[in-house]
Design a protein around this ligand. Structure first.
Ligand code: TRP
Length: 476
């Protein structure tokens, strides 16, 4: 089979753009800075980079490879591949868990993308011109405190996603991505230059990001004077979870995109290109944001509002900030949009394949379900902000989490790494040698193939397992 019922990418470059569009999103610009800030900065970022290299890239290659060989949505692709390897079709559980994770992620992703939409008119109207930290905080808290406004933007974003998915492999989207992603990149560099030359705290920001203080990672919230500090493996788990989230791996999104990939394209170089671009955007976002945090005496551990409070302050003080600021949030919405596409596509493709639904019906049906689920995240910031559904699990990380926190933690830190682990095990140990080698296009003495096989066989599974064990306190 050379083609799927859904179509195929028109070139290698289009695949790379679409997959980079999936990877680069709120994870890089919104989540990376605040998660790094909450976990003490440098040592966390180092762990993140190690996870991207040793776990992320090998799993991404495995996903693309499995997708291209299976040529269907992750559930059906894994079914076919398990049968090809003469194993039990239960391996399609990878696809199932991906569908659940994808719905959960998109439900809160859409709410945060809604924040970014809300900031477009705010920036355009000059709400932040000359604003300080206090005013920026007030605007942000006013936004998330209002469930109706959040609901409006969440609904709009879900409609945007449904519309594109309903149309199928869209040339329009492919083309949009190829213009928008480079523009976003250039704007980010401009912001970094702004932070470098005018915040007065650039070096403080750089130091926060690159000084590797492992104490801050393993003993969160512990000052040097304290003696009885509590060890926590949660920071390293978050670094791994963020690597999975940011690279869009562990749930079948990249597997789905791999299914649309023509046969003759190098998986290794594609995966490396995508991961490097994704990492660069995250680091640039950090370099733009942390200097502003320190220059304005904000708290790097302020949480999900960090980007929405720091960047408007910077835009509010720079010449042309109204235009740049508006453009920036517009592009952030586009980046989120191209990511959301890959969260919905695997479910929709599965409904089309197995339930013989039309694309339109499938996209609308799933979209409504996810929109409803998103209401729990909308309310997590206002009317349900004190409601902790799992508060009875005291002394676990779940006890103090709202629905939004829970969905985020459960998917990034648990479901995606387990999905990635299963994908690694399947690709490395279950699939037959000949099939794997043929799909990777490797002739026997192939260094990059051998390196990948070594990583995916040993390093990736052992790494994920150790980080899990560390997080439940086994090595403390
Ligand atoms: N990677 C995207 C981001 O960084 C989010 C995303 C899109 C994603 N598809 C995914 C995360 C699949 C996990 C799995 O914003």
């Amino acid at each position: 089979m050379t083609n799927t019922p859904h179509g195929q990418w028109s070139s290698r470059w289009i695949f790379i753009l679409a997959a980079t569009g999936s990877a680069v999103g709120l994870g890089n610009i919104w989540k990376f800075p605040y998660t790094a800030g909450e976990n003490g900065g440098g040592a966390f970022i180092l762990m993140y980079l190690i996870c991207v290299a040793a776990i992320g890239i090998p799993v991404m290659m495995a996903e693309i490879m499995l997708g291209r060989r299976g040529r269907q949505s992750p559930i059906n692709a894994m079914h076919t591949l398990a049968l090809e390897a003469q194993r039990h079709p239960i391996w399609k559980i990878i696809g199932w868990s991906g569908v659940v994770a994808g719905c959960l992620i998109l439900s809160f992703y859409s709410v945060i993308a809604g924040w970014a939409i809300a900031y477009i008119p705010k920036m355009a109207l000059g709400t932040f011109s000359g604003a300080g930290a206090e005013q920026a905080n007030a605007v942000f808290n006013g936004l998330i405190g209002d469930p109706w406004i959040l609901l409006v933007w969440h609904s709009l974003f879900m409609m945007m996603v449904i519309t594109v998915i309903a149309k199928g492999l869209e040339k329009g989207l492919e083309r949009a991505v190829s213009i928008l992603m480079p523009t976003l990149f250039i704007l980010l560099i401009a912001l970094v230059l702004y932070a470098a030359f005018s915040s007065g705290a650039f070096m403080q920001g750089v130091q926060f990001m690159f000084a590797t203080d492992f104490h801050a990672l393993f003993y969160p919230g512990c000052t040097p004077e304290q003696t009885a500090c509590e060890f926590s493996g949660q920071g390293v788990l978050s670094a791994m979870g963020l690597a999975f989230f940011s690279l869009s791996i562990g749930m079948g999104a990249i597997m789905m995109y791999g299914a649309y990939l023509p046969k003759n394209i190098s998986i290794t170089s594609s995966a490396i290109t995508i991961a490097v671009a994704d990492t660069l955007v995250a680091l640039l976002a950090g370099l733009a944001i942390f200097p502003i945090v320190f220059a304005n005496h904000l708290d790097p551990a302020a949480g999900p509002g960090l980007v929405f409070i720091t960047l408007p302050i910077a835009f509010g003080h720079m010449g042309g900030g109204t235009v740049f600021g508006t453009l920036f949030f517009l592009l952030l919405v586009f980046a989120a949009w191209t990511s959301a596409f890959s969260l919905l596509e695997p479910v929709v493709a599965w409904l089309v394949e197995s339930w013989r639904m039309t694309r339109t019906k499938a996209a609308i049906g799933c979209g409504i379900f996810i929109w409803l689920l998103g209401l729990l995240s909308v309310f997590s910031f206002n009317i349900l902000s004190d409601f902790k559904p799992l508060s009875f699990l005291s002394s676990t990380p779940f006890a103090d989490q709202t629905f939004f926190d829970l969905f985020d933690y459960l998917t990034s830190n648990i479901m995606l790494p387990i999905g990635g682990l299963l994908i690694a095990i399947f690709a490395a140990w279950v699939m037959q040698h000949a099939a794997r080698r043929e799909e990777m296009g490797a002739e026997p003495p192939d260094m990059s193939y051998n390196t990948w096989l070594f990583l995916i066989r040993y390093i990736t599974p052992i790494g994920v397992a150790l980080i899990f064990l560390n997080a439940i306190g086994l090595f403390s």
